[in-house]
Ligand binder design. Structure first.
Ligand SMILES: [Zn+2]
Length: 208
């Protein structure tokens, strides 16, 4: 069913994000007259920050995979392993469960997040439009992944505990751990910078 819909923006109103009270567009950025929450700006947040943080996240992800994640010292010998190398070593040792967790947290989740944010930004810029409900589903996945972004730090902690219990004399995180944490932070900022209202701007107002 299609019907012409009057949007709040067209009516010169905006809604309080906390209590829902409608306010005049002129009061954007000021306090809500009922609950006192800060009213949002009427304009959309631009995509520039989304792309900039995303590029930073991808750029930091490269050394995160090339530099050693763990440096282990066994009987006085140093051996360094990258994220993927470490996962392969875990598989070789028969620790399939931990190996899969490391691969999911360090490769699958970050790469999926890069692709999902790029896809959303491409949709919002009009370069590769997709169905708005599909874009919303993707946005919700990105939001959900965001909560689990630091799982890799947790994985390194588990790994450290497992290795310390084994035959290895010492274990220190390599430079990749810092690059990975910075990559995760940049990607989180990229997702945060995305304005979900952009998903609907291209949908028009007639499809409800
Ligand atoms: Zn309010």
């Amino acid at each position: 069913m299609s019907a012409a819909v009057l949007t709040a923006a067209a009516a010169g109103r905006l809604g309080c994000p906390v209590c829902g009270r409608a306010a005049a567009v002129a009061s954007a950025g000021r306090r809500c007259g009922r609950c006192g929450a800060r009213l949002p700006a009427t304009g959309r947040r631009p995509l520039g920050a989304v792309w900039a943080w995303l590029i930073a996240g991808v750029a930091l992800y490269i050394p995160a995979n090339l530099e050693p994640m763990l440096v282990t010292t066994t009987f006085g010998r140093d051996s360094a392993s990258t994220i993927i190398g470490g996962a392969l070593e875990l598989f070789a040792l028969g620790s399939y469960g931990v190996g899969v967790i490391v691969l999911v947290a360090s490769v699958l989740i970050p790469v999926a997040k890069f692709l999902a944010i790029a896809r959303l930004a491409a949709h919002a810029s009009g370069r590769a439009p997709m169905r708005p409900h599909g874009a919303l589903a993707l946005y919700e996945v990105v939001e959900f992944i965001g909560r689990w972004s630091m799982i890799d730090v947790f994985v390194v902690a588990i790994l450290a505990a497992l290795v310390q219990m084994g035959f290895l004399a010492s274990l220190t995180p390599g430079p990749a751990a810092a690059f990975f944490a910075l990559s995760v932070a940049a990607t989180m900022l990229s997702a945060r910078a995305f304005d979900p209202r952009l998903i609907w701007d291209r949908a028009g107002v007639e499809h409800v």
